[in-house]
Design a protein around this ligand. Structure first.
Ligand SMILES: NC(=O)c1ccc[n+]([C@@H]2O[C@H](COP(=O)([O-])OP(=O)(O)OC[C@H]3O[C@@H](n4cnc5c(N)ncnc54)[C@H](O)[C@@H]3O)[C@@H](O)[C@H]2O)c1
Length: 421
């Protein structure tokens, strides 16, 4: 626990999505933004300007090596989604607490090393899976803990987000941008994560599926998968369906439902901020009551309302990280490294499953030291520099021939002209 008579000094690595955390830190009573790192300098200029508007001066860096030498207590990682474990380990080795954007790791070996680094350094690692803190999912988490709905039997989590139009602004026409190389099941924690935090149960088995591959995404440069599905068995035998990807629906779908032994809870189908629906069976079988209501934020409600992005969730990952470093009770809501890895490796193992005809894959409990050695040298992923001779295809729908450079040139041009596809 930190006992400080000053604000926590925090730096942000990655200024695109990182801008959300930058804004929270510029207004937080217990923390201050001290440094931002991004190799794309316009993001540094705008972060510096935002700080100036808040009466603060921050340091900006174009390289991680310079940034990590800055005098700070903690780092927010909002860099590439496949590189979080690598940089989290570097940050903790440099003595910094870490808040990591999604996903936690690219390989099983990284999952083991990440956990061991947290254990060895004793620093706080928090996973910024904000979908667990949306007004509705956070309410479901609190209500499940009361036991009033009983034990979970089945759940669904859905994160459908058609990114085709904004592809230029999120891949910049870079052939090797992580979004172009993503496996269909990698980005699984927006859909699966809340099911795991709400129930507090560990995944023990996963089967993965990949949806077919629309030509539209290939024509924008996507080499990996468009959409994926994981069927996850939890430690109590409950089955969770997690589905996510680029499919057609506007606005995108962010939905959760949970069937339990005494009732069920579900978010609205059309909009995640529709009233939450809760059914509870009464004393008589098959007779119960519904509640339909819009939950209100219950923790730091005034501050949280200032950041209404992603269903009211964008404040909490950073806030609970700070609370945890400061040893305060609400830090218990922060998602720790074990739960982060539980969520993330379901997506890694689901990809192995679907590449092998949808076979079931056991999900190791990496809290147990004796389960780690089997995965310690497992570097299988889609990045040749990380995988070495364990390279995996990014999709079960292989390309007949490489996507031509002209596709990436076209997407880059759109990005330079600030246009959607
Ligand atoms: N939780 C959410 O709701 C949510 C929403 C969007 C993005 N994300 C996550 O945020 C992360 C960043 O995504 P993004 O949308 O900002 O796009 P991105 O991954 O393209 O941006 C990452 C930024 O980090 C910078 N960067 C990466 N490596 C760097 C290095 N070695 N040195 C200097 N700068 C470096 C890049 O220049 C870029 O500006 C991803 O992990 C993504 O999954 C989460």
């Amino acid at each position: 626990m930190e006992t400080l008579n000053r604000k926590l000094r925090i730096g942000v690595f990655g200024g695109a999505r990182g801008r959300t955390m930058i804004d929270v830190l510029l207004n937080h009573p217990d923390a201050e933004l001290v440094a931002v790192c991004d190799k794309f300098t316009p993001l540094l200029d705008s972060a510096k300007e935002a700080a100036r508007e808040n009466g603060m001066d921050i340091a900006v860096y174009e390289t991680f090596e310079e940034f990590i030498r800055h005098d700070m207590d903690a780092v927010v990682l909002a860099n590439y989604a496949t590189e979080h474990a690598t940089y989290a380990i570097k940050c903790m080795r440099a003595g910094k607490h870490v808040l990591s954007e999604v996903l936690p790791c690219e390989t099983m070996a990284q999952a083991v090393e990440l956990i061991e680094t947290v254990e060895e350094t004793g620093l706080v690692y928090a996973y910024a899976e904000n979908y667990c803190y949306m007004t509705h999912t956070f309410e479901m988490w609190r209500r499940y803990k009361t036991g009033e709905i009983g034990d979970v039997m089945y759940g669904e989590g859905e994160y459908i987000h058609d990114c085709s139009a904004i592809w230029p602004s999120i891949t910049y026409g870079e052939r090797n941008h992580w979004r172009n190389l993503l496996t269909p099941t990698f980005y699984c924690t927006h859909s699966l994560g809340p099911l795991i935090t709400i129930t507090g149960l560990r995944p023990v088995r996963v089967v993965g599926f990949e949806m077919n591959h629309p030509e539209e995404m290939r024509s924008l440069g996507l080499i990996g998968g468009s959409a994926g599905l994981e069927i996850v068995t939890l430690e109590n035998g409950a089955i969770m369906k997690s589905v996510h990807g680029y499919m057609k629906r506007e606005p995108g779908s962010v939905n959760y439902e949970l069937y339990c032994t005494k009732g069920m809870m579900e978010t609205g189908r059309l909009d995640p901020l529709e009233p939450l629906n809760v059914y509870k069976e009464g004393d008589q079988r098959c007779i119960g009551d519904w509640e339909h209501y819009t939950p209100e934020p219950k923790i730091a409600a005034e501050e949280a309302k200032m950041y209404d992005g992603h269903g009211g969730s964008d404040f909490y990952s950073t806030h609970f990280f700070i609370e945890k470093i400061l040893g305060r009770p609400n830090g218990a809501w922060s998602i720790d490294v074990y739960t982060a890895v539980d969520m993330g490796i379901c997506g890694l193992l689901a990809h192995r499953s679907l590449l092998n005809g949808n076979i079931p894959m056991e999900v190791p409990n990496l809290r147990n030291k004796e389960e780690r050695d089997a995965w310690r040298n497992d570097n299988a992923c889609t990045n040749p520099e990380v995988a070495g001779d364990q390279l995996l295809p990014a999709s079960s729908y292989p390309l007949d021939e490489p996507i031509p450079d002209s596709v990436y040139d076209y997407v880059r041009q759109l990005w330079l002209e600030d246009k959607n596809a």
